[in-house]
Design a protein around this ligand. Structure first.
Ligand SMILES: Nc1nc2c(ncn2[C@@H]2O[C@H](COP(=O)(O)OP(=O)(O)O)[C@@H](O)[C@H]2O)c(=O)[nH]1
Ligand SMILES: [Mg+2]
Length: 406
């Protein structure tokens, strides 16, 4: 087990920003330094592609499923402590749900007040996809539902560090432009650029947050009605299918790309804005991840399934601006059409939902500042226990000395 406080890094940011890719890359850097790392993923429902993908990379992963971290603070603590004790993690990196905000008020501040002996809270990093960021900087909404755009801006506002990811996709001119626009909107916030995919800038970011001041330096005002509207604008679908392939059916990799292509085109025809669609196809020791992060974009794939194994497991996570029931139909149709007659599809679990109104376990109105007179609550309880025990012992001693009144 790791002794002393363990740094915990929160990587927030909108759907598709590259959080999971960064978690994996940062874990690789720390593992190469001889550290033990625990990752914590989060989703509104079980069956998370990110968890499956990260576990496939051989790193220890805890998952809080069924609620965001802020609404299941106890679940977050359970996973963080579990990773700290079971694998002796020296560092924890956590990825909140991409449509979640107000992390500073609901997670970082309560951690700082009540768990500072266990965890060191590093600066809150909010990751941004440069194209989506350019969109919201240009017209405030960037093509998102107004509530989703509100969430996007709140994420940026509460960040200790904004990390513009995917810097491999933009040139120096675009970097300077984004930097200037962010500086004008959020002059107090540190901005850095990195590419989680190529690892460029990841180590420098990691060193900066690990050495940085305590995180959660600001708490922003959040209108929970608008926040809830933004979350509810997205249909949420987590589905798992068991697949069996007959001879002559398309290769697994082609099948996965075909399903994603069909789904992407169908959603584009319907005019539905994609938060992200992720697929993980697993067969034996191999896996293939396919992602689509915006309507009209080409899917990107990572990994491969070698040979022609008979069975495979397909997990799909889709967050799209449409009713969950319709999303279920779109996904079901794409899988069935992609499978054709050569692949038998058996749905194992399908959950389609609209995230409910966020009801955080804790919410701080201001930044928690540790002072001698405002010690962590658990210590205060400990002190009371010592006082009560002391009084009891004194009373017992008096009784033994027969000084106790009859
Ligand atoms: N070009 C490029 N793509 C990236 C980078 N980081 C992530 N991606 C891709 O962006 C998509 C979403 O990444 P993911 O880590 O799942 O995002 P999340 O939803 O924020 O966790 C995937 O297709 C990734 O391969 C990057 O630095 N450069
Ligand atoms: Mg992710």
């Amino acid at each position: 087990m790791a002794e002393g406080t363990v740094p915990i890094i929160f990587v927030g940011g909108f759907l598709g920003a590259g959080k999971t890719t960064l978690l994996w890359e940062a874990a690789r850097v720390l593992i190469a330094r001889g550290k033990k790392v625990g990752l914590i993923t989060n989703d509104q429902a079980p069956g998370l592609v990110d968890t499956g993908f990260l576990r496939r990379q051989g790193v220890s992963v805890g998952e809080v499923a069924g609620s965001c971290f802020c609404c299941d603070f106890g679940g977050l603590i359970r996973e963080a402590r579990g990773l700290r004790h079971s694998v002796g993690a020296d560092a924890l990196i956590a990825e909140p749900v991409g449509s979640c905000t107000d992390l500073s008020a609901t997670i970082l501040q309560p951690l700082k007040e009540n768990f500072r002996e266990d965890f060191r809270i590093t600066p809150l990093t909010v990751l941004a996809d440069p194209m989506r960021l350019a969109g919201v900087l240009a017209d405030e909404r960037g093509g998102l539902h107004p509530g989703a755009a509100y969430i996007y801006w709140k994420q940026l506002e509460e960040a200790d560090v904004i990390a513009v990811n995917k810097s491999d996709l933009i040139g120096a001119g675009e970097r300077a432009r984004l930097c200037g626009q962010l500086g004008a909107r959020l002059p107090e916030t540190a901005v850095r650029f990195m590419s989680a995919a190529t690892a460029d800038g990841v180590e420098a970011w990691l060193d900066a947050v690990l050495a940085g001041a305590e995180g959660g330096g600001r708490v922003v005002a959040v209108d929970y009605d608008t926040y809830a509207d933004g979350e509810a604008a997205l249909g949420w679908l987590n589905a798992t299918y068991e697949l069996r392939r007959s001879d002559g059916a398309p290769a697994w990799d082609n099948f996965a790309s075909d399903v994603m292509g069909r789904l992407g085109r169908a959603l584009a025809r319907d005019g539905a804005a994609i938060g992200h669609v992720k697929m993980l196809l697993e067969a034996g020791d191999d896996h293939l991840a396919v992602n689509l992060t915006r309507t009209g974009d080409a899917p990107s794939a990572r990994g491969a399934i070698r040979g022609a194994p008979e069975r495979a497991l397909l997990t799909i996570n889709a967050r799209v601006e449409m009713a969950p029931e319709r999303l279920r139909e779109f996904v079901g149709a794409a899988v069935a059409e992609g499978a054709g007659t050569g692949i038998v599809v058996a749905p194992a679990e399908i959950r389609a939902l609209r995230p409910g109104r966020p009801k955080p376990t804790h919410r701080y109105r201001e930044v928690f500042v540790a002072t001698a007179s405002r010690a962590p609550r658990r210590r205060t309880w400990g002190r009371w226990l010592v006082v009560i025990l002391g009084l009891f012992l004194v009373a017992y001693a008096l009784f033994l000395m027969r000084a106790w009144p009859a």
